[in-house]
Design a protein around this ligand. Structure first.
Ligand SMILES: Cc1ncc(C[n+]2csc(CCOP(=O)(O)OP(=O)(O)O)c2C)c(N)n1
Length: 334
């Protein structure tokens, strides 16, 4: 990896690299443990509605967001907890939102699929597949007009490739050289259908048709994702226009928390293969060990800190009050 110095480049760069890659590890673990708690809240019937877990895909959100500034924008999806956390959202307000509490990011009125956090540049999750492509492209348009150097990253699943609005905005983004990066998280399934049954041709071909710089990356490798993201972000910031990144990944859980029996559309062996051979946290841990950046005790400490953080955040959310009844129509537009 070119982004990581070898051990021989000792001194400052060794420490900076160590800190950076341990931070990436910690961020992935936090997402994984956040999602464990979400599943727990669902199975204990404490959370209204459903949620779509991001476990397995952590390296994509973390690798990309590590290449962004806090004031850069992201837009997210129905599977958005990982994006929110990677961009800097706080777990207690996220859990509060999931439980419909006033302390939540949308005062409890949005739930899992509508978390937005303008302070960290997060313009929102979106329950509409492909629903945020216009928002991200509009944010990039504004950034360009204002000359503030911001970049917008638009996360979406490969299911959104069937949405016509994506092609309208990619066309304009390329014509106007907008600082937007379209990140297609290809986790292989649109709900219960393998993407090969819904996607003709190639994924990258959809972007190259507009002359957009397009590339793919192993979405289980946080350093590879970060390396390519850093390049695409810096060219967008420099005024070189949009890019399209296909990140190949896998979701460990069902389409949503209630999708328990999945064998009619994917095998247990396939899931097991990804979990044991392609897990982004394990892969990164092995690399950290090989670099001498961490040992078993480091990983245990990171996991127990993150677990404590998530348990405290859940407690906070459970104890938090619901919004007042007379606020029920406030901030509700549809
Ligand atoms: C416009 C629209 N059509 C259908 C749905 C129902 N739906 C929710 S998620 C989903 C599949 C999305 O697959 P993908 O975009 O690949 O994301 P993933 O769930 O794999 O992360 C569908 C069809 C929706 N929310 N919005």
């Amino acid at each position: 990896m070119t982004t990581a110095m070898s051990k021989s480049g000792a001194g400052e760069s060794f420490t900076a690299d160590k800190d950076r890659w341990l931070r990436a590890y910690r961020r992935m673990v936090r997402i994984r443990l956040f999602e464990e708690q979400v599943n727990e809240l669902y199975t204990r019937a404490l959370m209204p509605g459903l949620a779509h877990l991001y476990s397995g895909e952590e390296a994509v959100a973390v690798g990309i967001c590590e290449a962004l500034r806090i004031d850069d924008y992201i837009t997210s999806t129905h599977r958005g907890h990982g994006h929110c956390l990677a961009k800097g959202a706080s777990p207690d307000r996220m859990f509060a939102e999931l439980l419909g509490k006033e302390a939540g990011y949308c005062r409890g009125k949005g739930g899992s699929m509508h978390i937005a956090d303008p302070e960290t540049g997060n313009l929102g999750a979106n329950a509409i597949v492909g629903g945020s492509v216009g928002i991200a492209t509009g944010a990039a348009f504004a950034a360009k007009r204002l000359g503030n150097g911001r970049v917008a990253v638009c996360f979406f699943g490969e299911g959104a490739l069937g949405q016509g609005s994506l092609y309208e905005v990619m066309n304009l983004a390329q014509l106007w050289k907008l600082p937007v990066i379209y990140v297609c998280e290809n986790n292989l399934y649109n709900e219960y259908t393998h993407f090969s049954e819904t996607t003709a041709g190639t994924i990258l071909g959809r972007a190259t048709a507009f002359g957009i710089e397009a590339t793919s990356v192993d979405g289980q490798d946080v350093r590879a994702v970060n390396e390519v993201a850093a390049r695409l972000v810096s060219r967008a910031r420099a005024g070189d226009g949009p890019a399209f990144l296909q990140a190949d990944t896998y979701r460990y859980s069902g389409h949503h928390v209630g999708d328990i029996n999945r064998e009619y559309y994917r095998s247990k062996q396939e899931e097991q293969h990804w979990k044991t051979e392609r897990d982004p946290i394990k892969l990164h841990a092995n690399w950290l060990l090989a670099q001498g950046f961490a040992d078993g005790a480091t990983f245990e400490q990171i996991a127990s800190e993150a677990r404590r953080e998530m348990e405290a955040a859940v407690k906070f959310a459970i104890a938090a009050p619901y919004p007042a009844v007379d606020e029920v129509e406030q901030d509700v537009y549809a």
